[in-house]
Design a protein around this ligand. Structure first.
Ligand code: MN
Length: 129
């Protein structure tokens, strides 16, 4: 069984490198996209098991892309978790409204990040049964 693929949509290079390193250390394969356009290229290459979606992206923002992916039958079933720099009250609801299954606050906590990602993957498997 090949390892699960995570698509990381994040425009900040330092955040990309940190999240990728933590995920790869935990056995995941990682595709990185710096924009919504790049994310669509990656989605055409291989459908990921989970998308980590930065809310604030240059151009099309992460929640706009999330709504588009959720309305497209080809990508609607891929679980999306928002990455938000502002873990304020209300952000979770906004992300859920857009179609995300949850959110992870940035900066990521390297001690808990992989566990949280694993939990979202497991939740999705539960829902898919
Ligand atoms: Mn950003």
């Amino acid at each position: 069984m090949s390892s699960e693929l995570i698509l990381l949509v994040e425009d900040n290079e330092a955040n990309q490198m940190l999240a990728r390193a933590v995920l790869e250390l935990n056995g995941y394969r990682v595709a990185v996209a710096g924009s919504a356009d790049e994310a669509e290229v990656e989605l055409n290459r291989e459908m990921p098991n989970l998308i980590l979606m930065d809310v604030q992206l240059p151009g099309r923002d992460g929640l706009t892309l999330t709504r588009q992916l959720k309305s497209d039958p080809a990508t609607a079933r891929v679980p999306i978790v928002a990455l938000t720099a502002h873990a304020m009250n209300g952000d979770r609801e906004i992300a859920i409204d857009a179609g995300c299954i949850g959110y992870i606050a940035k900066p990521i906590d390297t001690k808990t990040f992989a566990t949280m990602v694993g939990r979202f993957l497991a939740d999705d498997r539960l829902v898919a049964q």
